[in-house]
Design a protein around this ligand. Sequence first.
Ligand SMILES: Nc1ncnc2c1ncn2[C@@H]1O[C@H](COP(=O)(O)OP(=O)(O)OP(=O)(O)O)[C@@H](O)[C@H]1O
Ligand SMILES: [Zn+2]
Ligand SMILES: [Zn+2]
Length: 761
Amino acid sequence: MAEYANIIVDIFNEKLDKTFQYRIPEAMKEKLTLGMQVYVPFGKRNIKGYVVELTDEPEFEVAKIKEIIGIVTDSVPIESQLIALAGWMKKNYGATMNHALKTVIPIKKKSNAVEHKSVRLKLTEIEAKSELAEFERKHQKARVRLLSALIENPQMDQSMITQKLNVSGTVIRALETMGIVEVVSERSYRNPVSHLDSKGYHLTLNEEQQSVVDAIERDLDQKIAKTYLIKGVTGSGKTEVYMELIAHMLAQGKQAIVLIPEIALTFQTVMRFYNRFGDRVSIMNSRLSPGERFDQFERAKNGDVDIMIGPRSALFTPFSKLGLIIIDEEHESSYKSETLPRYHARETAIERARMCGASVVLGSATPSVESYYKAKTGEYELLELKHRVAEKPLPKVEVVDLREELKAGNRSILSVRLQELMEDRLKKGQQMMLFINRRGVAGFVSCRACGHVLKCPHCDVSLSQHVTRQHPEGKMVCHYCGYEIPMPKTCPACGSRYISGFKAGTQKIEMIVKERFPQARVLRMDMDTTRNKEGYEQILSAFANQEADILIGTQMIVKGHDFPNVTLVGVLAADLSLYVSDYHAAERTFQLLTQAAGRAGRGSEPGEVVIQTYQPDHYSVQAAKEQDYEAFYEQEMEYRRMLLYPPVWNMLVILCASKQEQTAYDSAKLLVQEIDTWQENIKAAMERVGEDFKKKRVFPVGPADPAVAKVNDIYKKVIYIKTKDYQTLVELKDRLEHYMRDNRAFKDTVVQFDFNPMSGF
Ligand SMILES: Nc1ncnc2c1ncn2[C@@H]1O[C@H](COP(=O)(O)OP(=O)(O)OP(=O)(O)O)[C@@H](O)[C@H]1O
Ligand SMILES: [Zn+2]
Ligand SMILES: [Zn+2]
């Protein structure tokens, strides 16, 4: 039990790190927990504050530390729960309390806050449609987009229209002048209940969807809170299931958070929620300014909205009647934060739900191995959707061996079979997507003749090419253990000289496609074409409106899109993601291939998929071909078990960064020594009482160079630690944090912890 509590008095102040320390009275010690609101003496007054840290270390002269007066008991503000959640994040992911608080509590910004407005259609549907025809005739695309959206949904958030529909304020004003729409300030019209009545548009669920909904609702009605994993094939109608569950919650006066990866949070998706729930829905995205984010959260706190949809950070929506958290595409690596604290939204959601008695629903066509493992071992409840809606078949998948293409003299990036099918689709006026898998390909080297990839003999991940001053021709390095060999001149497997990195990008493919099919209308989506904020939605809506035959793109194009006219998907370099130097490589590949394939045949015509690869026999390619998740999972688990990777074991990565390479290395080395000492002590202590040390044993590897060993003149070194039990890693992290505190050897080093990382370092 702690002696002192650090208290924040103004939770929304920008300086969350401004805490004041108080002594905890004896009688309060057992009761006081993180996040509680307390009365404290402050200057001449007594004020309320939140407990953000419990500690035994006095921050100043003990005699001068005042005592807490009492605990506020008349109400429990939502902030209390969020602070407790921040404490949990600090503990489990490693960060300062300040970092953790900043993640969960929005900072109040001086009011540059925008007034919430919405846009209403003033015409009848018939009148509106005739105006629409006029805009279409004049090719006024933005006006067409706005008006057709309003015909479906006569009242919409202005921010929705500008952000998701890419219609500018100028266009809205033009239509206002024409008397077609009216801009209203939100509060003046708000009447949630009547509005909801006029909405509620929904499809009738099929039997499979209904049985999943029933299973969850049975629990909800009995106040049983759990975590569910819905494993539903692509196009099985998961979103419809989510909406049904949300409607059920709303009817009970509860609120819901829906996490969707930002890249899948398109206008199309958002409109589905809007059409059903109207203005009870609020949308968040990472482009919101801190002020806008604060506003969104204020509306949620005031009960102006009941459903928050957004990426990772929407998880911290201050709903006080939270009943349900849905995480769509739960396998996505974007749910793991890349900044401190490096939390995973899935685990954090489960913890938040636990705190308030809510349920969590995870959904994916290709669940993460971690989640499926938990579903299999009973930690989550598994529910399945095995069929596409309306009895649409899953697409037919063919695998093309690129080594054979090369042998047969086809040097094009498009295989003969893919070209045939493309020709056919162009004739039929159907659409297609070409997907180039370029996930983390920097540095990997393979043989074009035989497909051989250089791997680390110790870690079974691909080696990466590093070019340095000492090694101008490059060397091959393992990022996990530091193993290295000189860059080979010929392929160690077949002797061919065609050994190099992969270079073709989307731009080059676009050129090749245009040359081969001059009649085709081609759209390209990649980092270049989506740089400005409209780019992404514009390309998607153009493709949805069938303004192009072929969409070429990177992983951006495979996420959850629903284009009914797409009947062909070509995956150009299926295996590239197999070479990413981290243990998720096969899982990522399987997920990308299956999700990409899942874009084909969602409309009335069946779909076909061509996967081009140098490794047709790899299990992740084979399983994607058969769309057999189970087969993939079994193989993958065998690999994870053998090499002691999560979810079977747990992994902690410690990253040491410094301006001097030697300093980064020395710090990492000190940490490894400290880990060894800690391990020795534990071993001795456990053996003394006759306990089995094995379950607490940790295996540190390193210091090693990460994939990107130097960024902006900051050098990085990593240590990898594997162990059976997650809590052991948390204990170890606590110990290292303690060791580093006030230790001068670390004054020029920044140390970060990453538990079960989602990406390589
Ligand atoms: N019960 C239903 N009856 C008719 N159509 C439905 C039904 N449920 C869903 N749909 C439609 O089927 C399509 C696919 O549904 P949805 O996008 O929810 O699938 P999904 O499982 O999320 O797919 P993916 O994982 O591939 O993104 C949508 O166009 C949706 O409107
Ligand atoms: Zn070879
Ligand atoms: Zn290695």
